[in-house]
Design a protein around this ligand. Structure first.
Ligand code: SF4
Length: 169
């Protein structure tokens, strides 16, 4: 499935997004941020990391993983975000095809990593404004079935999602 959009310069039309049965319900995520806003978001993420490599806490990272990857890791049936793309540079890695940052080591979305990964940033924006991200917005959750499911997800189950944060490995 092509996820190419006008104005995109990241060659994402060559990438294959990770399909989801919920994808057709995600209408609001097609509103893309303008490049300046994305740059501002990236700058805020870098600033939130600071000089001491500050990181999001584990519950926040678990919620981000649920938003991006779904819940198959804990035996659930919630599929991954339609914008989750498989890396063509490194098998087994994934990245967000919608944020415009491309497929590279610093943008891989990693639940577990031996290095600081994108999901570790204390402040991190999601193009779909999903739960767990700094710009989370639930105003479209009636139309966005996947977002609605995550908003009502059992917190005990979320706590079972396996994540790692660098200095806890
Ligand atoms: S960052 Fe947001 S839009 Fe991108 S893959 Fe994750 S949930 Fe989807």
């Amino acid at each position: 499935m092509s996820i190419h959009r006008k104005g995109c310069n990241c060659n994402c039309n060559k990438k294959e997004s990770y399909g989801s049965k919920f994808s057709t319900k995600m209408r609001s995520v097609n509103r893309m941020k303008n490049p300046l806003t994305m740059i501002q978001s990236y700058a805020r993420s870098l600033a939130s990391r600071g000089l001491t490599n500050k990181k999001a806490d584990i519950p926040t990272k678990q919620l981000r993983v649920l938003s991006c990857f779904g819940d198959s890791s804990i035996g659930g049936s919630l599929g991954p975000c339609e914008h989750l793309g498989k890396s063509e540079k490194e098998p087994g890695k994934f990245y967000c095809t919608e944020c415009g940052c491309g497929d590279k080591k610093t943008t891989w979305l990693e639940p577990k990593s031996e290095e600081y990964s994108k999901l570790d940033y204390p402040r991190l924006s999601c193009p779909a404004k999903m739960p767990g991200f700094s710009n989370y917005d639930g105003s479209d959750s009636k139309e966005n079935v996947r977002k609605n499911i995550i908003e009502h997800y059992d917190p005990m189950k979320i706590s079972k999602i396996s994540v790692q944060i660098v200095d806890q490995i």
